[in-house]
Design a protein. Structure first.
Length: 480
């Protein structure tokens, strides 16, 4: 058989070019309990002997080697990497690896090499669940939506009540449940999991025992919740405004329209297009809008690049708006782009509403202000598009859709894409990780290393994850 060159992983520099002698054996060494340095040493040893060893787990892996782990643990770890693993791997103890190294070829797999399937007392998923959401993969399909729906409701209610700390605590618990590879059926499964606090546990327990959460049931029907939910559903209305209105007796849109309250331009547009803007935007609609935006941008500045970000980039099939990031490969060419795009769209009757804010980002040599603001300072256009639709019936020929356009200089583009892809919790956790663990400040503009007192440049999302010491998580796995 012709030896294959060891496949080079993008971004990973292999120290020695070795040839693969056993192309049907693709090894992955599990770091858990083995440790990073021993794993690196064993990987190098195996490669020298002509074995193919992958640094990251992927579909091509055939042999998973671990040390001091049970079969259940390894299986669960693998399930967490890839929920719908197509390829089955053989999961082996380190003894098979050691014997194979000694023999200089893959030895026959005997029963003693296979991992024990018995679950160790006291061990649970806790060891596999890192506490920052940016250290984990979270795909869109979840085994625990019955719990996360209830907790999302409570998080939303906390946000409506301006209890942001509480809301974030719920959101972190939700993210952990979404990342679990199994459906929770008993409270013991939660033992030791990060971020699932007492309050969330109580809600979960309620649902396991009674099929529903009494707290959710009693909140959902209150006049206050119903009114605040309705009023914040208006584009341009936040929880504070809604609360102020509610306190003056406003509970629905008619009462608001007749109240004599002065609405700003955004809120008037929000009220006018209330129904449309509360209908989910489909992927097909997002693509149609993408075509329009592309046409506009390329017409006013040829060579520009347009990227769909937000939930659609994470693979969601619907969204509450459509987010685009615009850049140009020549730094500086993008300056002043947005007003021209807005004129183009306005001239063609595409915009029902728009508000453009100028770029106000300034890179300070001493680093960003502390604490770094979560708001970015890109040139941005918050807009409502008039989207022509054929299948809307005889009277209605179009619908209103919220669209966010953001312009980034190419030097900040990687940070902007990362920042605008979300999810919101994933972004929050990235910044928290950067600050608490790496002593760095991350924004949608830049990454600043507070220890070295310098900005770390990046031209891709992969590089930013590497700067942060995190394994790269693709957009579809950022649905925390
Ligand atoms: P969205 O609010 O559009 O959320 O913000 P989404 O994930 O696309 O979900 P939908 O639209 O409800 O379906 C997208 C990303 O852009 C960032 C948010 O942090 C989020 O990660 N963003 C949004 C900003 O950085 N700044 C903003 O002013 C708004
Ligand atoms: Mn969005």
């Amino acid at each position: 058989m012709v030896p294959l060159k060891r496949r080079k992983l993008s971004g990973i520099v292999s120290d020695t070019e070795t040839t693969v002698k056993f192309p049907h054996v693709v090894i992955f060494l599990l770091e858990r309990k083995m440790g990073a340095s021993r794993r690196a040493f064993l990987s190098q040893l195996a490669r020298k002997k002509g074995f193919q060893v992958e640094d990251y787990f992927s579909d091509s892996v055939t042999h998973v080697i671990s040390e001091n782990n049970t079969g259940d643990m390894v299986k669960m770890w693998l399930d967490m990497q890839q929920k719908d693993r197509a390829n089955k791997t053989v999961n082996l103890d380190i003894s098979w690896f050691t014997e194979s190294m000694r023999a200089g070829c893959p030895v026959e797999i005997l029963d003693k090499h296979k991992l024990q399937e018995v679950e160790n007392e006291g061990e649970s998923v806790e060891f596999l669940m890192p506490s920052y959401a940016c250290q984990r993969r979270t795909s869109l399909d979840s085994h625990n939506s019955i719990f996360t729906d209830a907790l999302s409701f409570l998080a939303e209610n906390a946000e409506l009540n301006n209890e942001d700390g509480r809301a974030v605590a719920f959101r972190r618990a939700i993210a952990v449940l979404k990342a679990l590879p199994v459906k929770v059926t008993s409270m013991t499964q939660l033992r030791g999991l990060p971020c699932v606090g007492e309050h969330s546990q109580k809600v979960i327990k309620d649902i396991i025992e009674n099929g529903a959460s009494s707290e959710v049931e009693s909140t959902i029907h209150t006049e206050r919740f119903k009114a605040l939910k309705l009023l914040t559903g208006i584009f341009g209305v936040g929880s504070k405004t809604a609360d102020r209105w509610f306190k003056t007796g406003i509970q629905n849109l008619t009462q608001l329209a007749n109240s004599g309250n002065d609405l700003n331009r955004a809120q008037r547009a929000g009220l006018e297009h209330y129904y449309d803007l509360n209908q989910p935007v489909t992927k097909a609609e997002a693509e149609t809008i993408g075509d329009i935006v592309k046409k506009a941008v390329l017409d006013v500045l040829p060579g520009s690049e347009i990227t769909l970000t937000g939930g659609f980039r994470r693979g969601k099939i619907t969204g509450h708006d459509v987010d685009f990031l615009i850049t140009h490969p020549d730094e500086g060419k993008e300056v002043g782009l947005m007003p021209k795009v807005v004129s183009w769209l306005t001239a063609r009757g595409v915009l029902l509403y728009q508000k453009t804010t100028r770029n106000s980002y300034l890179e300070k040599e001493e680093g960003p202000a502390q604490p770094p603001s979560n708001m970015d300072r890109f040139e941005r256009c918050l807009s409502i598009f008039k989207l022509e639709e054929k299948e809307m019936g005889p009277d209605k020929k179009w619908r209103a859709v919220r669209v966010d356009l953001v312009v980034s200089p190419i030097s900040q583009f990687a940070f902007a894409v990362l920042g605008w892809t979300g999810s919101k919790l994933f972004e929050r956790e990235l910044r928290r990780w950067a600050g608490q663990v790496k002593s760095m400040s991350l924004s949608s503009h830049a990454l600043f290393d507070n220890k070295q007192c310098k900005y770390l440049k990046a031209t891709s999302e992969e590089e930013i994850f590497a700067h942060l010491g995190l394994e790269f998580i693709p957009p579809s796995e950022r649905n925390a």
